[in-house]
Design a protein around this ligand. Sequence first.
Ligand code: NAP
Ligand code: ZN
Ligand code: ZN
Length: 349
Amino acid sequence: MPTTVPAYAATSATAPLEPTTIERRDVGPHDVLIDIAYAGICHSDIHTARGEWGGIDYPLVPGHEIAGVVREVGPEVTRHAVGDHVGVGCFVDSCRECDNCRAGQENYCLKGETGTYNGVGRDGKPTAGGYSTAIVVDEHYVLRIPAGLGLDVAAPLLCAGVTLYSPLRHWGVGPGTKVAIVGLGGLGHMGVKIAHAMGAEVTVLSQSLKKQEDGLRLGADHYYATSDPETFTALANEFHLIVNTVSANLDLAAYLGLLRLDGTLVEVGLPENPLTVPGFALLTNRRNLSGSKIGGIAETQEMLDFCAEHGFGADVEIIAADRINEAYERVVASDVRYRFVIDVSTLTA
Ligand code: NAP
Ligand code: ZN
Ligand code: ZN
């Protein structure tokens, strides 16, 4: 019998999220039933719930930074056992056959990976995310949370952590690399921690100097305000890699101007409007512009193990479920230090 569980859902693009109940499928042979302990609030939850990317079937239960404990496993499950600490990120399935899935890059599944929410599962039913007390997921898409990482600080690693880890690894960041992280929010603060742990020289480019002390504590070597035009002169041709986590459209030409020869600007932020890039800003210094989307399952596991080894999770503010709407407003106002995480035990129908 499918299980009915309490959840929090958006019912339209403009209404506040509210308590509801949803059904979770029976535990199949390869499934893991997870009691969710914590769910992070990613800015993508807000973009999606508010219809900023279009195409939403309401009601929508967001949440793709899920950490919890295994309650039950199907008879064929080999990777996880009852009582294990586990996580689920942005997708819960993929085709498993395309070149990208075979290469372990399920995040780029050519047939489209199944979103943890706002997707359609193999059973043909809409998927629902982590703002709920339990979830059933195929074992392949469930990650091990290493001992030593609290479930609360681990939850945001499942999206924010891997979304920054993946490009930093892909572009070979390490000692001698000058990296800039644009925007010190949920993604950005993980970028600072991870790039620092990889040995890079890290600069934060934030709208103001309000969070400078935090940025330096998180591992940045330098901190600049982008509201000061001097910043763009002082840092011209400086960086090997810039990772832009900003959720609004920026003047990309100004940021491209900060890249040295063959440097790369990676877009991970997803603003509502298309990006505008003047050709000259790319030709100079043979610059590259790229994007990066979360990470594959193996890479997500590697990131979790990396964070545990280096002794850090996310910096979180834990909230009760009835503060989700207030948290959304604060994220949109860049007033988050540095990830809101819902204590799912406060979630009742
Ligand atoms: P967030 O916590 O709101 O952080 C974004 C940061 O960007 C803010 O804290 C702020 O930092 C800066 N910012 C916001 N508005 C700005 C503006 N108008 N001008 C300049 N800077 C601004 O959001 P998040 O959860 O980190 O997500 C960031 C973006 O990444 C979202 O668009 C989200 O959808 C996207 N995302 C993409 C992926 C992927 O796979 N590529 C995965 C997850 C999320 P300062 O105050 O320091 O300036
Ligand atoms: Zn996310
Ligand atoms: Zn695939």
